[in-house]
Design a protein around this ligand. Structure first.
Ligand code: GLV
Ligand code: MN
Ligand code: MN
Length: 424
C-alpha cells in the first residue's frame, strides 16, 4: 500500500471519529457526550459493527456491551492480539479520546484483509463501552469485565438520574449476557495494544507525531460528602450557620496545595454539588469528587492521606459531618518492556525517534495489564488539549500511527510463537 493510500485510510479513521461527534452517536446536538449504555452508545455499536464487518472481522457484543471484531489467523481459534480503546466520552468531550484508537485498530485489520494476510495469531479490535466513568461513578467497567475483574456490586451503581447499572443494562438496545461472561483468559490473549491521543503537550513541544508509553499513572477517585444544616439564606446569621459550602471551598484549596507540593502528584475536584442547590438556601450538604494521580501508588496515597486528614480537621472545626468513599483505586501500570521495545522498533521504522512518555491519563490498558502484556502508542494532539471539544489530531500523524501499529504487528508475527523453552 502506498503512503497516499495509507493517508486516505487514516483520513477515513479520523472522519469516522468526526462523524461520531454528532447525533445519533452523541446524546446531544450541542456537545459531544456518549455515555455507557445510552442510545448514542447503541448507535455507535451499529456503525462499528458495519465497519468491522467490512474489514473482514466477525463481530459480537459481549456481556459488558463491548463490541469485539475478530480477524482469524492462519489457524482459526489462535490466541489474539487485542487492539482496543473506548468509545464513551466525557461530557462535552473531544472526538478522538478513545474513538481514534478503535478506528485505527479497524484500519489495521482492513489493511491485513486487503493484502490477504493471515497471521500466526488472531487480531481482535475491542471498542470498550465505559472507560471514562462519565455515566456511573466508577470507570473502566468494561475493560475490568474483559480482564476478569468484574465486580457484581457495580450493578447497584446509579447514574445522575438514579438509574442503576443493572437497569441500564436491561434497557440497552442490545440484549446482554451476564457481564461476567465478558471475561477472557490469559491463554486466549497474546497481548493488548492501545493507540490513543497523548492528551498532553509533550509530543507537540518536541515536534514528534507519535510516542511510546512506558507507564500509566496510579489513580484514585473518592466521593466526599460534607453535611451541615440547610437554612434560610436571608435570616440565618453568619455566626450561627453550619454551612458545608465554605468547608468544601477550604477542602478544595487544601487539595490544590497538597498536590502542588510535589511535581509528580496531580489532584482534581471535577464535580461539586450543593444540596438542595438553590441560590437562597444554605446547603444542607456539599458533595464533591477527588481524583488524585501520581507515578506510584505510594506517592498518590501519601498525598491522599494528608488530604483526608485536612478535610477531617476542617469538618471537625466547623461542626460538620463528613463521609469519604473510595470509588476507584488503580495502581500504576507499567507497559510490558518486551512489547514496548517492539513498538519502539516499529516507531523507528516509520522514521520517528521513539520518545518514551509517561501517561497521566488513565487508559483501558492499565486494566488489561492484569490479563496480558500491554503496549501503548501515543499520537500528538493539538495543544495537548483533551476532554474538551477543541481536541484535534492531524491526519498525517494518525497515518504514521497506523503504520507503526502495522509494523508492531509484523514484528510480533515474526517472534510468535515464542520459541518453546527446552524440556528440562
Ligand atoms: C480518562 O480519561 C482519565 O484519565 O480519567
Ligand atoms: Mn478520557
Ligand atoms: Mn481515553
Amino acid at each position: 500500500m502506498t503512503t497516499a493510500d495509507r493517508h486516505a485510510r487514516c483520513a477515513r479513521a479520523v472522519a469516522r471519529c468526526d462523524a461520531f461527534g454528532a447525533p445519533p452517536y452523541s446524546e446531544r446536538g450541542d456537545q459531544l457526550v456518549r455515555r455507557y449504555l445510552t442510545g448514542a452508545h447503541a448507535a455507535s455499536l451499529e456503525a462499528l459493527r458495519g465497519w468491522m464487518g467490512e474489514a473482514g472481522m466477525s463481530v459480537r457484543c459481549d456481556g459488558a456491551a463491548n463490541l469485539i471484531g475478530r480477524y482469524e489467523g492462519v489457524v482459526a481459534g489462535a490466541p489474539a492480539l487485542i487492539i482496543g480503546s473506548h468509545i464513551d466520552t466525557v461530557r462535552n468531550g473531544g472526538r478522538y479520546d478513545g474513538a481514534l484508537g478503535v478506528m485505527l485498530g479497524i484500519d489495521c485489520v482492513q489493511a491485513l484483509k486487503d493484502s490477504g494476510r493471515r497471521l500466526p495469531f488472531a487480531v481482535e479490535v475491542i471498542a470498550f463501552g465505559d472507560e471514562e466513568g462519565s455515566r456511573f461513578p466508577s470507570s473502566m467497567t468494561c475493560s475490568r469485565a474483559v480482564a476478569g475483574r468484574w465486580d457484581p456490586s457495580a450493578l447497584q451503581m446509579r447514574d445522575a438520574e438514579g438509574v442503576t447499572l443493572a437497569d441500564a443494562r436491561t434497557a440497552f438496545a442490545e440484549p446482554l449476557a451476564g457481564a461476567e461472561t465478558a471475561a477472557r483468559t490469559p491463554d486466549e490473549i497474546l497481548a493488548y495494544l492501545e493507540a490513543h491521543i497523548e492528551q498532553g503537550p509533550v509530543l507537540e513541544a518536541e515536534d514528534l507525531p507519535i510516542g511510546v508509553v512506558t507507564t500509566i499513572a496510579a489513580q484514585k477517585r473518592l466521593a466526599v460528602r460534607i453535611g451541615g444544616v440547610a437554612g434560610h439564606a436571608g435570616t440565618t446569621p453568619m455566626a450561627l450557620r453550619r454551612d458545608p459550602g465554605p468547608a468544601a471551598a477550604e477542602a478544595i484549596l487544601a487539595i490544590e496545595r497538597i498536590c502542588g507540593e510535589s511535581e509528580a502528584v496531580v489532584g482534581t475536584v471535577g464535580r461539586i454539588a450543593g444540596q438542595p442547590g438553590a441560590a437562597n438556601v444554605i446547603p444542607g450538604a456539599v458533595e464533591f469528587s477527588i481524583d488524585v494521580r501520581a507515578p506510584t501508588s505510594a506517592a498518590r496515597d501519601h498525598a491522599l492521606a494528608r488530604i483526608e486528614e485536612e478535610i477531617q480537621a476542617i469538618a471537625a472545626r466547623r461542626g460538620l459531618t463528613l463521609s469519604i468513599a473510595l470509588l476507584q483505586d488503580l495502581p500504576e501500570s507499567p507497559c510490558d518492556p518486551g512489547l514496548t521495545a517492539m513498538l519502539e522498533d516499529a516507531v523507528r521504522a516509520v522514521g520517528v525517534a521513539p520518545r518514551r512518555l509517561f501517561s497521566g491519563a488513565g487508559h483501558d490498558a492499565m486494566v488489561m495489564a492484569e490479563l496480558c502484556p500491554t503496549a501503548m502508542l501515543f499520537i500528538r494532539c493539538k495543544g495537548g488539549i483533551s476532554h474538551n471539544p477543541a481536541e484535534s489530531v492531524d491526519i498525517a500523524d494518525a497515518a504514521l500511527a497506523a503504520r507503526a501499529m502495522l509494523g508492531f504487528i509484523d514484528i510480533l508475527a515474526e517472534t510468535w510463537p515464542a520459541p518453546a523453552s527446552p524440556a528440562a
